[in-house]
Ligand binder design. Structure first.
Ligand code: SF4
Length: 326
């Protein structure tokens, strides 16, 4: 009799639990999300080198800004360095996807390092543009984050002559043009259109004939568009990415601008029950350097919390990459 009572109690608990679970909304997965072509290319380069060049491979700066990726490469013998001082002569050195300033390549040459360039072709394109602008005597303005490796690399391409601006207020202190000179701007690839709009407007007020049309890459734009589409339908947006990943930080900001709570998480371990809404949809996206396995693990955890249904939501008219993988 007691056993029957207990069985009924357990069954009623399970049914109530299932019913409360069904009140949870859906998991809306942004499309596209995660690895972009530039990141895939960089990681393929490291994988190939690891197979051919035992035992130690040096990478200048984190190959891509993702803790999970960097830690797993460390375990395979990759050593990440921020200067070439400790790199033994003759070693193999891979340049990260963010690109480097020419002086790093010169130092590597002097040390007779075998350099393999994993710079994203879209960053290389900006390097070429900046060199051409320097040759043509333009006043060059880089819109981006001071100290970010991509901006440091592009600044180096201009021999340190470009001016970095992070916001519209900084435009006011830029120098006046010399006789016959024009200004041109370049942007970091991982900004958002909102970040850039105010700065470009301020630049156009100061230099009415300024050249430039923005260099935010296709991958950044598409991932942000997908978040703009799903965020208004969500109670929470989870962005999978590391804190030093610029494009992941921007994805979180895009969701916040849609009026939705958004959290940046490195992976499933960062999900706390108190972070989750009582009901409604949860949006999930991943920065361009975050692997899909982390998305899968996050989905599994959220399913355990009751969000059973999974649906993908695509950005409208995603832009295609304008470089071929080689
Ligand atoms: S985010 Fe854009 S610029 Fe950066 S590696 Fe990916 S494709 Fe290249």
């Amino acid at each position: 009799m007691l056993n029957l009572f207990l069985l009924k109690l357990v069954l009623s608990f399970v049914m109530q639990n299932e019913s409360s679970k069904s009140n949870k909304g859906k998991l809306l997965l942004a499309m596209p999300r995660g690895f972009c072509a530039g990141v895939r290319r960089a990681l393929d380069i490291v994988d190939n080198v690891l197979q051919e060049t035992p035992p130690t491979v040096y990478v200048f700066h984190e190959i891509v800004h993702n803790r999970f990726v960097v830690e797993s490469l460390r375990k395979q013998g990759v050593v990440f360095v921020e200067s070439l001082e400790g790199v033994p002569a003759g070693s193999t050195l891979i340049l990260s996807a963010h690109g480097v300033a020419p002086d790093i390549e010169q130092q590597a040459k002097a040390k007779k390092l075998k350099v393999i360039d994993a710079t994203c072709p879209l960053v290389k394109k900006i390097h070429c543009k900046s060199c051409k602008l320097l040759e043509d005597n333009h006043l060059i303005i880089l819109i981006g984050h001071r100290g970010h490796p991509e901006i440091t690399g592009t600044l180096g391409q201009t021999k340190g002559k470009a001016y970095i601006v992070q916001n519209a207020a900084e435009v006011e202190v830029l120098p006046e043009l010399k006789n016959g000179q024009n200004a041109a701007y370049l942007t970091q690839t991982t900004l958002s259109r909102e970040d850039v709009a105010d700065v470009v407007a301020a630049l156009k007020r100061k230099y009415p004939d300024i050249e430039g049309n923005g260099d935010i890459c296709y991958a950044t734009t598409n991932r942000q568009e997908a978040v703009r589409k799903l965020a208004p339908q969500c109670e929470l947006v989870l962005v999978i990415g590391s804190p030093n990943s610029s494009n992941s930080q921007r994805l979180r900001e895009v969701a916040l601008r849609c009026g939705v709570r958004a959290e940046l998480i490195d992976g499933p371990g960062d999900i706390k029950p108190e972070m989750l809404p009582d009901s409604g949809n949860i949006g999930i996206t991943a920065g361009a350097s975050a692997p899909e396995c982390l998305v899968e693990d996050v989905v599994k955890i959220l399913q355990k919390h009751g969000w059973q249904q999974v649906e993908e939501m695509s950005a409208e008219k995603p832009i295609q990459p304008d470089f071929k993988q080689d």
